[in-house]
Each structure stands twice: as C-alpha cells, then as structure tokens.
Design a protein around this ligand. Sequence first.
Ligand code: IPM
Ligand code: MN
Length: 374
Amino acid sequence: MTYKIAVIPGDGVGPEVVREGLKVLDAVSKIYNLKFDFKTYPFSGEHYLKTGEILPEDALKEMENMNAIYFGAIGHPEVPPGILEKGLLLKLRFYFDQYINLRPVKLFPGVETPLKDKGPKEINFYVVRENIEDFYVGVGCKFKSAKHKSNLFVERKLYKLNFKVETLTEKPIETAYQIGVYTKENIQRVFRYAFEFCRKKGLNKLTCVDKANVLTEIYGLWREVFMEVSKDYPGIETEFGFVDAVAMWFVKNPENFQVVVAPNMFGDILTDLGAIIQGGMGLAPGGNINPEGVSMFEPIHGSAPKYAGKNVANPIAAILAGQLMLEHLGEVEAAKAIEKAVTEVLVEGKIRTKDLGGNSTTSEVGDAIAKKIR
Ligand code: IPM
Ligand code: MN
C-alpha cells in the first residue's frame, strides 16, 4: 500500500527539520518496504505575504483523501500574531477534527534534563491534550462603550479596590472577553481515547488535569465526564490534579505520571514544560490525532525565525513526529526503528546540534539517524 502524505514545511526552521524528517522516513521505507507518496504544500507566513492565501478550501478537500499530514512549523515575524495560528495550524486541527494532541514526554538516554536527580527512568510519560475546544474555540469580543456600567466595575467596587466609579463611567470603557467551551461528547471521546491508549501501551495510571475549583462550569463538566468514563476502566488507577499543582509535580515527581489528560490550554502550557524536562523543544514531537480521520504530526516547537536557513536547528523533534506518524499508520516496526536510531545517535553523543551542546548541523543529525536505520 502507498501512503499519501501531505507535507507542509511552513516557516522558519520548519523546512529544514521537515527535510531531515523526510530523509529518515525515506531510509526507513527502504528497509520496511513502505511506499510514500508525498505532496508538498507551500502554506506558510512567507506564502501568505506573497499571495494573501493562507489555506485554501481545495487543499483541505484534497488532504481529506490522504493518510496523514506532516507539518513543520508556522510563524513569521512580519505576520501579526493570530493570523497563521488560527488560519493555518488551528484550521487544520479543527477542519480534520483532530481532537487529540498526543505529546510524549520522554527523556532519551544521553540527553540532559534540567531536573536534578532525574533520568530517562523518571521522565517517561504521555500528555493527551484535548485539541479543539476550551479557550481555543475563538469565541470572544473586544469593545468600547461610553458611560457603561459593567459588572466588572460593580465587583471591583464591592471588593473596595481603588477605583473611582464616577470618573471611569465618564470614559469609554474598553472591555475584552473570550470564553471557553466544552461539549460532553468531545470530552467523552478524549477520555475514552486516553483510557484505551493506557490499555494499548500497558500503562495503568491516568491523571486528569483541570481547574475545577475555580472554572467550575467548564472544568466541572470536564471532571464529571472523566469520572463517568473512568467507570468503564476499573483496571486503571485514576487521580485528579489541579493544573497549578500538576505543573509543580512535572518538576518534582515526573515519575508519578503515565498518562496525563489535560484541557487544551493547560495542555499547551504543560507540554512546553514537558518539552524542557525531556531535554528541550528540539526533542519534543506531537500528533494531532483523529482516530477515525486524517491526523497530523509535527514537532511542537515553533518556526524559530532567528535560526532559519542556518542549518542549526535540531531536527529530532520533527524526526520523532515522523515516528509517531508511522506508529499511527500501524507501521509499528518501522516506527521502532526510528526511535532506536535516534536513541543510538543520542547515546553516542558525537553528532548533536547546538541546543544539546554539540556543533553538528541539522543535516548531519538527519544523516546520522538515517545511516543508523540503514
Ligand atoms: C502548540 C502551539 C500552538 C497551540 C499555537 C502555535 C497555535 O503553541 O502547538 O503547542 O497553542 O496549540
Ligand atoms: Mn504550544
């Protein structure tokens, strides 16, 4: 069978790390007899500035018939924040209903972690981040209104904060709000995925992250559904953690985690913390997964414009995103081969990029990993 893969290298270091990821996929395809049909798309900040196009409908339609999407990074210094994020990356996640963002937090042997007395044995778990709802739904508004008494005001007065209500109401009031949304069906499928994932990987503990003590409505529902779904999985130990405490435990006791399930925004923040304890952004991949549809695999780092075109970025996160993609496609042996090759190169420690204390180039790291596979 031939796998049809959409490739979106994107901006900054994206094209360089994707190039190395493809190099490794090519090497592994020869050994395991896989056939890939890659189609590269130009969508990026660069492309947007040149053409005004972000992500056209016909490309999305075309990708519906592909087996997966392999994504680099987006973000361009001349494009205002929000345009590419919402128009490209989040658009893809939403359009393909990729409700899971699977982010392994794994410290490879030979890699340093900033955590004292912790090693590969302690830092090895998964974050399952809900990927399409929460504060990412884009419901919000910013407005000015003259002589308007907002609730905010009344409350501030109540709390005896230092506000002169009279003066303020004379001026236009600038207000912004953005709300989070969760739907029961979506939370259900996220937790089901996470529990099934535990079973598949032979893991037996799941941590539910929220802030149900303050955001009682949205995360109250999140937690309710979690408790409901967990009844179907009596063999798996469960625990709750408020996100602030979980952030602390990531640093203090990473060994206590196996599968951590987090709402979208908390998951976003926690996985950057996860990335740094596993040795840095250059090593952290993620999969935007729709188990019944088209999934997308990417390094979780951004476009790092300052390193673009210099052949210095660490391609390992992108290469490991390729590994996640193969695993998702059911090519488990080929995926393992990538992980093994990455491990060997990291343990040897001779060829590594600057972020890991070496001075090898992006392509040298890709070459070394591809060579191990061969
Ligand atoms: C990530 C990124 C994205 C997110 C941005 C670029 C929209 O930070 O993949 O973690 O917030 O999900
Ligand atoms: Mn992020």
